[in-house]
Ligand binder design. Structure first.
Ligand code: MIC
Ligand code: SF4
Length: 650
């Protein structure tokens, strides 16, 4: 039987298990990436595990998230990352070089390789035919040390593209269409593999926009074939020698096939406050717009920015709109500058931002109260922009730049005033790697640790019984931004006691103090949640900081993949209601118990753990379950991956 691209790459990298959907497997990881917001903790954990140097083919440490630098903390983090990379032989990408995913695609991604990144948008690499997966920092630390990555073998869904995009319709609209079909929950354990005749009409930057935002569906990753388009991109990046063709076999079997007709697509938008809330732009036409932000790892390629510059050229941004533009990398910015397109944007009144995450993570350009903000980024969760009541719409650069000129949503297809720019990928990109610091043989480097950088906290082994309270009850689709806010709190990523003060900050500002008090009194904290808990980012701080506050279990209707793995990694039991409606039988503050939990775990066999929760307040019993591998049971018993690794090292 023929193989899918996913099966080909996974089977070449399989080191444990069988490739059958739902089975636990372990993969060899060729390349890793970290970024500063998750990377400090990843490297601190790398050090705490006693690893002596990076052993995978390539480890790159990017600095792109915290570049605004209010206070000394971020600059100290950068110094730590620069010196620790030199010490352990990782490549260091200096601040100003660009956004990790854009840069990795440009300079390092290789078809057929595996990439593990401590960022949920690592699947951007699927645009160049990699199996690129987002994970928590500690999993990436293990992979940097040459260890395998443990995951569940995915099912593979083919998204069959037919036809060709019309002018004004872009790759962003393709992925927004995919989001309208699959939604943001219920896709755990799936890979989206793109195929069909429409694939060859999309270049690598367009493909990368699509695989990047597949993360919003909650899939393990997304992947495109590696074909002539891939070769053209790699050649243009002066890396043609790394090209390898990688196509699905004609008789490859998919678990499901969904067809998307590119020719029938129209400009779309994700309306507040979810990337899955898709509406056609024509239905929004006329709505007043206050802010437009173009950039982020989703849409900041040379082509995206050229289109923006062409639309803006010779005109002025509406007086009622503030337009921010962040180019994805130094390469993009340099080319835009040399070719004069940067000048067109400046002339039009765009605010030129650093090549970094900035506005996307609420670190810059927070919109005004109640403002309508159009962004080309990938997430519009409530409050993520830094303004709780801002109305953030996710759109293509085409739709965004027209709105910036007109001060309102304009349906690009319904207007004649501006012609659609004809821009294609350049045949040669300017390549200059001088902002990467490559490791040398001299690793005798002093690692610089500022006062905001602490050791990673260590958990206790799992207690015999869990006896405590429902410290918080939250609803459905709780994102990692709800659990661990970013924006102005980002500077505490290397300082867990300080960061832990902000757990659930915008959901319930009293949680952290309450949970800390329970912990100190020996009362175990439980988090109760609805469907799709832990959507969004890979930030392991959403498990690490609750762990620090004495959270022992999350009981939810469902939990998203990366967050579930992070909970295991930090020794927090991720439990599911066997009957989802039992969610309603627990209230915040109820006294809860799981007696004999340690013994149950130690004795369990097979892959489904069943536990009994007693709600003392209500006098009821609630059955819980969780799919758990033998390795995950050991992680929980040890109190997390760090303890487990240390135990193994004896
Ligand atoms: C995000 O887009 O939410 C982030 C910030 O890039 C996160 C990583 C982080 O929290 O540092 C992600 O997507 O994993
Ligand atoms: Fe950065 Fe935003 Fe991309 Fe996350 S989604 S890596 S914050 S640009």
């Amino acid at each position: 039987m023929g193989k899918t691209i996913t099966e080909k790459i996974l089977s070449e990298h399989l080191v444990e298990g069988t490739l059958q959907a739902g089975e636990p497997i372990a993969l060899r990881i060729d390349q890793t990436l970290t970024q500063d917001a998750t990377g400090t903790m990843a490297f601190l954990q790398f050090e705490a595990m006693g690893l002596d140097e990076t052993k995978n083919e390539l480890a790159v440490s990017y600095v792109d998230h915290n570049t605004v630098q209010v206070g000394f903390e971020n600059a100290d983090d950068h110094e730590y990352l620069r010196t620790v990379a030199a010490r352990y032989k990782a490549v260091y990408s200096r601040p100003g070089n660009g956004i990790c995913h854009q840069l990795h695609l440009e300079r390092f991604g290789i078809p057929g390789k595996t990439l593990l990144g401590s960022d949920s948008h690592t699947p951007t690499g699927g645009g160049i035919g990699m199996i690129a997966i987002g994970a928590g920092g500690i999993d990436v630390a293990v992979a940097m040390g040459g260890g395998p990555f443990y995951m569940t073998a995915p099912k593979v869904v083919q998204i069959r593209l037919e036809g060709e995009l019309r002018p004004w319709v872009s790759a962003k609209d393709v992925i927004l269409k995919v989001l309208s079909i699959f939604g943001t929950k219920g896709n755990v354990g799936t890979v989206f593999e793109y195929g069909g005749p429409g694939v060859k009409t999309l270049d690598v930057p367009q493909r990368a926009t699509i695989t990047n935002m597949g993360a919003e569906c909650g899939v393990t990753t997304s992947v495109f074939p590696s074909d002539e388009q891939t070769y053209a991109f790699m050649q243009a990046q002066n890396r043609g020698g790394d090209y390898r063709e990688l196509l699905a076999d004609e008789d490859a079997q998919y678990d499901q096939v969904v067809t998307v007709s590119l020719s029938e697509l129209e400009p779309l938008a994700a309306a507040p406050h979810s990337p899955g809330n898709i509406v056609p732009v024509r239905e929004l036409a006329g709505m007043k717009v206050d802010q437009v932000c173009i950039g982020s790892c989703t849409n900041s390629s040379y082509t995206d920015l050229r289109i923006t510059a062409e639309v803006l050229s010779g005109r002025t941004v509406s007086p009622e709109v503030s337009l921010g533009v962040a180019q994805g990398s130094r390469q993009v910015m340099l080319m835009m500058a040399k070719e004069g397109h940067l000048a067109s944007m400046i002339q039009a009144g765009a605010r030129i931002l650093e090549s970094a995450c900035g506005f996307c993570i609420g670190n810059h350009l927070s919109p005004g109260n109640n403002a309508v903000s159009l962004r080309t980024s990938n997430r519009n969760f409530e409050g993520r922009s830094g303004t709780k009541d801002a109305q953030v719409y996710l759109v293509s650069p085409e739709t965004a730049s027209l709105a910036a000129l007109h001060g309102k949503f304009v349906d690009p297809l319904a207007q004649q005033e501006t012609a659609c720019p004809e821009v294609s990928m350049p045949e040669t990109f300017i390549t200059d790697d001088s902002m990467f610091l490559f490791p040398s043989e001299n690793t005798n480097v002093e690692i610089k640790r500022g006062p905001n950088i602490g050791d990673p906290p260590v958990n206790e082994p799992l207690p015999a019984d869990l006896i405590g309270e429902a410290a918080i009850k939250v609803g459905e689709k709780i994102t990692t931004d709800h659990i661990m806010p970013a924006g102005q709190r980002l500077k505490y990523r290397s300082n867990i006691p300080a960061y832990a003060e902000y757990v659930f900050e915008h959901v319930d500002g009293t949680f952290s103090a309450r949970a800390g008090k329970n912990r100190d009194a020996g009362v175990h904290n439980f988090i109760i949640a609805g469907d799709s808990y832990g959507q969004g980012s890979s930030r392991e701080h959403a498990a690490l900081c609750p762990m620090y506050l004495g959270v022992k279990a999350v009981i939810a209707q469902s939990i998203e993949r990366i967050h579930m793995a992070n909970l295991f990694n930090f020794g927090i039991l991720p439990l599911l209601f066997e009957h989802p409606e039992d969610y309603h039988r627990i209230d915040q503050g109820d006294a809860l118990e799981i007696r004999g939990v340690r013994r149950e775990l130690a004795d369990a066999e097979g892959s489904d753990l069943k536990l009994k929760l007693v709600n003392r307040t209500k006098g009821s019993e609630i059955p819980l379950t969780v799919p758990v591998s033998a390795r995950q049971r050991k992680l929980l018993l040890a109190g997390g991956l760090l303890n487990f690794t240390r135990e193994q090292q004896g």
